[in-house]
Write a protein that binds this ligand. Structure first.
Ligand code: AP5
Length: 216
């Protein structure tokens, strides 16, 4: 499958992507995870991205397109991929369309995860993430807690709260989503690729996506 997961911060894109990977060996391409790893490793990309991320703003489109283009050339992408958190602006979506034409790739589906705002706010303040860059399992102190001593159940690394989980950054991320990313819903509707799923249950969302892919 080659799909895009759209949705506000905290809508559950990462959680759903990880569940979908189990079915057909596709890879998850999360621009947020790639950027956080770059920040942690102190690379040139990380240094450029850090300020924007901490403030809850978007990283400039040209940096993001460089990341995506190089990631798509890696051999594991031949198995299919799930974009989580990309594209996030109309210019990114247009650049992706051009890139796909150049690489002779076709997008199967764009899923819009529609989750009520109060649920989103609650999830963002209670999320925890595995600190191991090779794992990055997503937890939630209410719905999916880590071990009692705050470790990842998969790899045993400490589970942490992200740097952009302050109240100020969360508010800014939601504002940025409404201004810059929500217009992609119309963009992909016009492309005939959009499926909106209004649910707060990950299993229900995963089943709906699989049904849609089978019928397409
Ligand atoms: P990114 O990492 O993409 O963050 P985001 O879009 O804000 O999305 P989140 O990761 O916060 O939420 P999610 O929808 O994946 O939800 P999750 O599954 O974790 O981006 C971070 C930053 O990087 C951006 O602000 C920007 O600066 C930069 N960036 C990244 N990509 C960029 C791009 N393309 N262009 C420019 N800049 C870019 O779930 C949330 C919580 O809810 C978890 O605790 C989870 O356990 C829980 N949960 C999920 N589903 C359920 C459920 N069904 N029931 C109960 N709990 C649930």
């Amino acid at each position: 499958m080659r799909i895009i997961l759209l949705g506000a911060p905290g809508a559950g894109k990462g959680t759903v992507a990880k569940a979908l990977l189990e079915f057909d060996g596709s890879v998850q391409i999360s621009t947020g995870d790639i950027l956080r790893n770059a920040v942690k490793a102190g690379t040139d990309l990380g240094m450029k991205a850090q300020g924007y991320m901490g403030r809850g703003e978007l990283v400039p489109d040209d940096l993001i397109m460089e990341i995506v283009e190089s990631r798509l050339q890696e051999p594991d992408c031949d198995r299919g991929f799930i974009f989580d958190g990309f594209p996030r602006t109309i210019p990114q979506a247009e650049a992706l369309k051009t890139l796909f034409q150049r690489l002779h790739l076709k997008l199967d589906l764009v899923v819009n995860l529609d989750v009520p705002k109060d649920v989103i706010l609650d999830r963002l303040t209670t999320r925890r993430t595995c600190s191991n860059p090779d794992c990055q399992e997503i937890y939630n102190i209410k719905s999916k807690p880590p071990t009692e001593d705050g470790k990842c159940k998969r790899c045993g690394s400490p589970v942490i709260q992200r740097d952009d989980e302050t109240e100020e950054a969360i508010t800014k991320r939601l504002e940025t989503y409404n201004q810059k990313t929500a217009p992609l819903i119309d963009f992909y509707e016009k492309e005939g690729l959009l499926k909106t799923i209004a649910s707060t249950r990950s299993e229900e969302i995963v089943s709906a996506i699989r049904r849609e892919l089978r019928s397409g």
